[in-house]
Ligand binder design. Sequence first.
Ligand code: URA
Length: 273
Amino acid sequence: MKANDKQLIYTLLKTVDAYECGYTRAKFAGEPLFTDDTVVECERSERIETTVATSNNGSSPVVSIQPSAYSTTGQASADANMSQNSGISLDELNAKVLRCTRCGLARTRNNVVPGMGVEHPDVLVIGEGPGHDEDMQGLPFVGKAGVLLDRMLAAIGLDRKTNCYIANIVKCRPPENRNPFPDEQAACFSFLEAQIHILKPKIILCMGKIAIEKLMNQNIAITQAHGEFFDYNGIPVMPTYHPSALLRNEELKRPAWEDLKKFKRRLDEIKTN
Ligand code: URA
């Protein structure tokens, strides 16, 4: 492939990605140097046989490619010139979130709930999605679970007014407080990615299974993983029980408290280093 064609594809992908995310992600921030492929001539009779898929009945369709030539790509140093500019403020991003109609939740919401807190937080708290009270007020964690969350945070010196930011996996209320569907989470996730990119929290606290599973992009049993540390692009992440779970089951309060103490120790370590 010619360098010009690669440049065109790169620019197209970058534009689409920036449109979706609302900002230029770091991986697209630099301009890689594209080079023409080195073309290695093959014998005209040479056939390359490639297994492309294995169907459910076990048969493996084989695609035959009969090239007059095949290419080996010289490694362009795609990461070479990356910069860290994101080019969008939190207010601009959240304004975009407020206008979002990417999924069906836009039709049933009363208010979008982008998030709230300080712009350079020590801690980002991630919940699942707005409930009734949040949907009515446009603010995260303001119902019963929110009152408990604020008390949990206060117990370890955290407060959304001074050192935290609170956001959710989905920014609009799922009807009847059901779990957000995977496609709704997927539609909304780039907003959270952008929020993390802009906020640059020192550490992240995930409230419940949905938050940690979506952030880490893996299946996670909260009963096993609560209080453990994960890594999100270099940021330590701890899942703990969702405050709603604590309201339903008092017995989870003790382990959640142990998690919070561990979380606080890690935050203190980060701040002193
Ligand atoms: N539960 C959540 O996960 N998020 C909120 O904002 C409120 C309740």
